[in-house]
Write a protein that binds this ligand. Structure first.
Ligand code: C2E
Ligand code: CA
Ligand code: CA
Length: 794
């Protein structure tokens, strides 16, 4: 009901019904009153007419009786009481005026002759009329005898004195009432209202109605006006009661019509008016419905269209019908719809595409992959290769973001060219691309990744510079590694992470790596807590100078014992910290602990350096140098006693910024070591540009150097080249005497490894250093020194 259309319709119909009802009611009331008034007037006129009619008859009687009373022969007959002559004369006159009764009485009122039309009348005696017959002249009167009424004219017979009486009369009977009814179109009754019972002398009414009239005769409204008379049944009567002129009994003329008949013309008018009104109302309703529909249809259409737009359907235009305003509204609506559709297309495009390359982004890629999986079913062969062209970061650092962006765009173009039209090429991260190929097995995907290495490495000419990019590749495939887009993407990502962390540029996803993923998610949260609660501790591993075998330095190594998972390998949590941005906090903790520890050792007269591992992110942070120097100052430790170890690949990530920040610390006296040297890709010439003091040959080369020629060559050439550019060289992972001896022969400066000591708790360290250095200060033979260090010369 609350819709605009229904309200409009209800309003219109309400108005129509109200005006019609008011009009109809007023008119009908008026007509009703009018009809009744007119019927009343008619009744009054009828009553007067009936009175006149009776008077006329009375006149006829008077004439006839006068003629008879003056007839000489008749007077003779009366004087001589000649009944036969009297009788025939009377009969003659009666016949002439159609009188019902006639009588002749002597002077004493004794009826001499009585002529009557009916038996009842023949019982009349003048005695019954005596009251009237005592006067002198002719008299007209009405008389009720029994239940019979008469209209009489009584005349004295004079010769010249009164010798008798002669009277003629008409019966006022039902017949007369019937005739009057016929003339007046109303029921006519004659009612005698005397002291006694009311007598209904004549009437045109039916038996039942007569009884009713007789019973309630005294309550009838008198006075000659027409009034309602309500009776038990039906609608009652309209009655006019008028006294009958004449000096006889108190006779009344009652004219009455049933209300039903009175109101017949009213009903007729009413029926016609109702019919006309009903038709008009029906037409109005029909018109109203039609009008409301036509008026509200455009609004309903707009509403429907708005609903469609809300559902994202912009296809149908709203038809502009129903007047100029609505047409204009529909037109603006359509243009708004087009606007929304255009903008939505743009927004959707932006949401699913990368602006720089125009390729699908991660969401777009996932959607496209989902679509492909749906389209080709569960046994489709689909290969995924996730590429990290991380060396673009270095391009950004050295040549600026514009060149970096161009490099990314060119690489995107190149990848697109290598792939088919039905394959997906997407940019899923700043330096990340995803390639999805149909009808491609896992092995084919792996081969594709290997081929793509060349594609990525091929020189790019950007802004006059020739660039060669490095990349890592993670490979997975469906159905081998799942049927869901998100799962496949995650697994490609895990494989890629493997490639980034390890030394193989192309890594295929291995089943079960997901568990590692879940563990990583859990550990990240826990590591955050551990750092906040200071749950990490440090152990220290000594480095000894190979020449004099003194412990000169210790490397601080972080340890984390998890309440449920036990000891977590540093390689695991450090990598996690680097990937999740927790590394800055971790380094800060380790540095603080290590420097404080160093301060305590110095108070105990243990003079050693401490080495702390730092990551690329630390050195990229402008506040890092200040933090380190502040911590050293607070603990009274000279900066020259701190060595910061950084892997070569970390140092090369943003070489310019890193070198600048390193320089700040170096000026203060802090020194730097290149960790895991030999595992990265950069050349020594690159390294020479970094402000470092120490090289740590990676333990993978050192530990096998006594048995592998290649490793030995790497170790020996690194020592040589390091010395050539003025760096001290440390070998890590020294596990055997053979290696120790070899390193000594090759002139390596320092050794670190299990042969000398495993990483020690801080409390053990004091003892260890004292013992080793004490013995060593003593000029005892080499063997003794070595024994003190638990080292046997091989
Ligand atoms: P790293 O800097 O190369 O540290 C040396 C690692 O080699 C240590 O492992 C040490 O226990 C182990 N090692 C020492 N001598 C020998 C040996 O003779 N043979 C063998 N096989 N291993 C030896 P750890 O403590 O498990 O640390 C692993 C890596 O975790 C470290 O490698 C370092 O990269 C990282 N790390 C440890 N603590 C920290 C830290 O506080 N900060 C940062 N950024 N990284 C850390
Ligand atoms: Ca290290
Ligand atoms: Ca190392």
């Amino acid at each position: 009901m609350s819709s605009f259309r229904n309200r409009l319709l209800a309003l219109m119909l309400g108005l129509i019904v109200a005006t019609q009802s008011v009009t109809l009611f007023a008119v009908l009331a008026r007509v009703g009153d009018d009809v009744e008034a007119r019927a009343g007037e008619n009744l009054i006129a009828g009553a007067s007419y009936a009175s006149q009619f009776l008077q006329v008859r009375s006149g006829q009687l008077a004439a006839a009786v006068a003629v008879l009373a003056q007839d000489y022969g008749f007077r003779e007959a009366v004087a001589s009481a000649d009944s036969a002559t009297m009788g025939s004369a009377l009969a003659n006159h009666m016949r002439r005026v159609n009188a019902d009764v006639g009588l002749i009485a002597d002077i004493d009122g004794v009826v001499q002759v009585l002529q009557a039309g009916s038996r009842r009348e023949s019982s009349l005696t003048l005695k019954q009329l005596q009251v009237q017959a005592n006067g002198g002249g002719p008299q007209a009167f009405n008389a009720v005898v029994g239940d019979q009424a008469f209209q009489f004219l009584l005349v004295p017979v004079r010769a010249p004195r009164t010798i008798g009486w002669v009277a003629l009369g008409f019966a006022l009977n039902d017949e007369l009432a019937g005739e009057l009814k016929h003339l007046l179109a109303a029921d006519v009754s004659l009612l005698a209202l005397d002291a006694g019972d009311a007598v209904l002398a004549a009437s045109s009414l039916s038996e039942g109605q007569r009884r009713e009239l007789q019973q309630s005769a005294r309550q009838l409204p008198q006075g000659g006006s027409a009034q309602r008379w309500r009776t038990g049944e039906g609608g009652g009567w309209l009655v006019c009661v008028a006294p009958l002129p004449g000096n006889g009994d108190r006779l009344y003329l009652v004219l009455q019509r049933t209300m039903t008949s009175v109101q017949a013309p009213y009903r007729e008018v009413r029926d016609v008016m109702l019919a006309v009104g009903g038709t008009a109302l029906f037409l109005a309703v029909a018109f109203g419905v039609w009008l409301a529909r036509t008026m509200t249809r455009p609004i309903a259409e707009l509403e429907e269209a708005a609903g469609r737009i809300a559902q994202g359907d912009y296809s149908a235009n709203v038809m502009a019908k129903g007047g100029r305003e609505l047409s204009r509204l529909a037109a603006s609506f359509n243009s708004m719809q087009r606007g929304i559709a255009d903008r939505e297309t743009q927004i959707r495009h932006r949401a699913y595409h990368d602006e720089l390359t125009g390729l699908p982004n991660r969401f777009g890629a996932e959607q496209a992959l989902e679509e492909m999986l749906r389209q080709y079913g569960s046994n489709a062969l689909i290969g995924c290769v996730m590429i990290s062209a991380h060396s673009v970061r270095e391009v950004n650092a050295s040549l600026g973001y514009r060149v970096g962006d161009e490099a990314v765009a060119s690489l995107a173009k190149r990848l697109q060219d290598t792939c088919g039209r039905n394959d997906i090429v997407a940019r899923v991260g700043a330096y990340r691309f995803l390639i999805v190929v149909r009808q491609c097995s896992l092995e084919q995907a792996r081969l594709l990744a290997i081929r793509l290495q060349a594609t990525v490495r091929a020189e790019l000419a950007v802004d006059g510079a020739m660039l060669s990019l490095n990349a890592a590749f993670g490979v997975c495939a469906s159905p081998d590694h799942g049927y869901e887009a998100s799962l496949l993407l995650r697994r490609a990502e895990i494989a890629l992470q493997g490639a980034l962390d390890g030394d193989r540029p192309v890594v295929v996803y291995e089943s079960g790596r997901d568990q590692g993923y879940h563990r990583r998610v859990q550990l990240t949260a826990e590591l955050h807590k551990a750092l906040k609660n200071n749950d990490l501790r440090l152990v220290f591993q000594p480095k000894v100078a190979i020449a004099d075998r003194r412990v000169r330095s210790v490397e601080a190594l972080a340890r984390w014992r998890h309440a449920e998972l036990g000891e977590i390998a540093p390689a695991e949590f450090v990598t996690l910290a680097q990937q999740t941005g927790l590394i800055r906090q971790l380094t800060r903790t380790v540095l603080r602990k290590a420097i404080r520890q160093l301060g305590q050792w110095r108070k105990m007269d243990v003079e050693i350096e401490v080495a702390v591992n730092v990551s690329a992110q630390d050195l990229m942070d402008v506040t890092f140098a200040d933090e380190v120097l502040a911590e050293l100052r607070q603990n009274g430790v000279p900066p020259t006693l701190l060595v910061l170890e950084i892997t070569e690949s970390a140092a090369m990530r943003e070489p310019v910024t890193t070198a600048q920040h390193m320089q700040l610390l170096r000026v203060a006296g802090v020194r730097f070591a290149i960790d895991d040297f030999g595992t990265g890709y950069s050349s020594l010439s690159h390294l020479s540009r970094l402000p470092v003091d120490e090289l740590k040959i990676d333990r993978s080369f050192v530990s096998r150097s006594h048995e592998s020629r290649d490793d030995r060559i790497i170790v020996s050439s690194t020592i040589e080249l390091g010395h050539a550019i003025g760096l001290r060289v440390v070998a890590e992972g020294v596990e055997t005497h053979e290696v120790w001896t070899l390193l000594r022969q090759l002139g390596c400066d320092y050794a670190q490894g299990y042969l000398i000591s495993k990483p020690l708790e801080p409390s053990q360290m004091v003892d260890f250093v004292r013992r080793a250095n004490e013995v060593l200060t003593d000029s005892s033979p080499t063997l003794a020194q070595l024994r003190a260090l638990n080292i046997r010369e091989g």
